[in-house]
Design a protein around this ligand. Structure first.
Ligand code: M6R
Length: 602
């Protein structure tokens, strides 16, 4: 898959274009190029190496434009070469394209395009030639777009720069595209990572949306010529992640950011109208994968554990989950029909990185789910799936974790499916996750009371079953990490095999108990704990509450969940309990002792 960016503003925005391209580099980096309009002339620069090289060319040639489109290419039709590099410029228009035009030969004939005009091996250049031909017939650019795209078979996102109107036009079907809005510029990009930091609002464009932008206005219309109304979402600039704002700690801010990060990650991969999932393209043949090795550390490892449960529930793939520091010393690894999936917020964790290199050496394809998309792990893997959590500053991972879960969920839902659409049940479950998180955040003071109660406890337990077991581990890790209190996470059914001996009067046990298939079993475990004097704090939903309240010292009622949303939703109170307890205890919440945000030692 390729990356597209286009900006039209009242200032020289070439730097924003370059930064945008760098952010989109995870989508492909076989070659890259830019074209801008300066004094009504197209000025272009192209490179068949990384964006850094394009940046040097731009600086050397002093290219500065207020309106330009640019592209970073993942080659499909035609090898990486300058002649195959986008943008394609034909007289009065320039085009960049993401996707595959299956019937480009048909279009060549249909529009009578002379073969000698075609210089590249791509499926994209033909669109520039057709566009130019129709412009010469004085047809309006939007009409031209409609005329062309109605005939296209395949997926696409296009951006067109038209000399005469000095506007950028874009259209999409099956490939992602967002519109960034600010007072002094409008931008389009393959994802929100590519938009300038000064963007105020963002619109996730839908299939068959045609957008026209100049620096003051934008217009979205559909193929029938009707104006399309689209919701605007607030854009959070990268620099805003670096200040605490109204929050006391970064961790608190990052916990409260989760309704947004979850939604951003969801819509980065899901097309609203068709409910289809689009992951970045790669040469991994998913239909042949029989085994997955998930590899990560700490919180990211817990995300992998949840992914294992999901894959085992909903696919036939054999999944193993490994702690990176242990996997590194493995002698025998499964090589055939296997992929390695690496999950990491920082993308720099040394143990995880070394495992990635180890699998690569063994010719095993690798996927990375990372929050820092230009990190070492991202750069070395065959496919990057970014989590759109924004920079995470607090050492305790919170929003990155839930975004990892959302991204892994999208990967699973798309796995081995020929038709990449998701059913309405899963769609609404995931769509509602952001709102459910908001509801929990409204219960912050209730959660704070739970934390207050834990201040003088010497030891705390988390228990869960199934999907809640990794959340119990995560809850315990979070609590240990920032409160320095002893806390254990256990699979509820495992208590009786040893740790039950630790339960005595008033030892708090936090039970993660959604009303799911495991509910009756955890209810029995809760009674076993209660019988030994343990103090049960329950996180459950309305149905669970009815059955569990008589055994509980206190209960927090959470929104109803399904298999995909449950681990994401139950992560939130678990994070807030750790956060408030740490604040009560006066520890350094954002920089707990002995730890670091990116662990780059073995
Ligand atoms: O950057 P990574 O996701 O690879 O980091 C892995 C762990 O070091 C990290 O998740 C750590 O466990 C967190 N500080 C936990 O909150």
């Amino acid at each position: 898959m390729c990356g597209i960016i286009g900006i039209v503003g009242d200032y020289n925005n070439t730097n924003d274009i370059i930064n945008g391209l760098k952010s989109l580099e995870y989508r492909g980096y076989d070659s890259c190029g830019i074209v801008g309009l300066v004094q009504n002339k197209f000025i272009e620069a192209k490179s068949i190496s990384k964006i850094n090289n394009l940046e040097k060319i731009i600086k050397k040639n002093k290219i500065n434009t207020k309106i330009s489109i640019a592209h970073t290419r993942w080659a499909t039709h035609g090898k990486p070469s300058l002649v195959n590099t986008h943008p394609f410029i034909k007289n009065n228009c320039a085009v960049v394209h993401n996707g595959i035009i299956e019937n480009f030969e048909y279009l060549t004939k249909k529009f009578n395009i002379r073969k000698n005009l075609i210089k590249s091996d791509t499926d994209s250049e033909i669109i520039a030639l057709i566009f130019d031909k129709l412009l010469k017939q004085n047809i309006d650019p939007i009409k031209i777009i409609k005329q062309i795209v109605k005939l296209i078979k395949g997926t696409y996102a296009f951006a067109f720069l038209v000399k005469e109107t000095k506007k950028i036009y874009a259209v999409k079907k099956g490939s992602p595209l967002v519109l960034g809005i600010s007072d002094n510029f409008k931008a389009i990009s393959s994802d929100i990572l590519g938009l300038p930091d000064t963007t105020n609002e963002v619109i996730f464009l839908e299939d068959e949306d045609i957008v026209e932008i100049n620096h003051t206005n934008f217009k979205i219309i559909n193929f029938k010529n009707n104006t399309s109304k689209r919701n605007k979402h607030i854009f959070t600039p990268k620099k805003n992640f670096l200040i605490k704002g109204k929050f006391k700690h970064f961790m608190q801010k990052e916990i409260f950011y989760q309704p947004t990060s979850i939604k951003d990650t969801f819509f980065n991969y899901l097309e609203k109208k068709t409910k289809k999932i689009f992951l970045p393209k790669s040469d991994i043949n998913f239909t042949q994968i029989k085994n997955i090795d998930f590899i990560a550390c700490g919180t990211a490892f817990h995300a992998c554990m949840i992914a294992k449960y999901w894959f085992e529930m909903f696919s036939n793939v054999n999944v193993n989950v490994h702690i990176a520091s242990e996997f590194r010393h493995k002698k025998n690894i499964n090589k055939s029909e296997t992929i390695g999936i690496f999950v990491s917020q920082s993308g720099e964790t040394m143990d995880t990185l070394q495992c990635l290199k180890f699998l690569k050496k063994n010719n095993i394809k690798t996927i990375s789910v990372v929050n820092v998309f230009n990190s070492s792990i991202a750069r070395l893997s065959d496919l990057i799936i970014p989590t759109l959590a924004g920079p995470e500053i607090g050492v305790a991972s919170t929003k990155a974790f839930t975004s990892q879960l959302m991204a892994l969920c999208m990967l699973l839902l798309n796995f081995q499916k020929l038709d990449n659409s998701i059913n309405s049940k899963n769609y609404s479950d995931l769509l509602n996750t952001g709102n459910s998180i908001k509801k929990i955040l409204h219960k912050d003071s209730e959660i704070k009371n739970i934390a207050k109660h834990l201040v003088n406890k010497k030891s705390i337990f988390y228990i869960g079953r199934g999907l809640m077991y990794p959340i119990a581990l995560e809850g315990a890790l979070k609590l240990k990490e920032i409160t320095y209190k002893h806390c254990e996470g256990y699979a509820a059914g495992e208590l009786k095999h040893g740790p039950l001996a630790l339960i005595e009067d008033n030892i708090p046990v936090i039970a993660l108990a959604p009303y799911d298939n495991n509910f009756l079993k955890i209810l029995s475990n809760i009674q076993e704990i209660k019988a030994r004097g343990g103090e049960i704090i329950t996180l459950t939903d309305k149905l669970g509450y009815k059955k569990i309240k008589k055994f509980s010292h206190s209960t927090l009622i959470l929104p109803d969940t399904k298999s995909y949303s449950a681990p994401i939703i139950y992560s939130i109170p678990v994070q807030l309990i750790a956060y408030h307890l740490a604040v009560f205890l006066g520890t350094d919440v954002d920089q707990p002792r002995n730890l670091a945000k990116a662990v780059t030692v073995e």
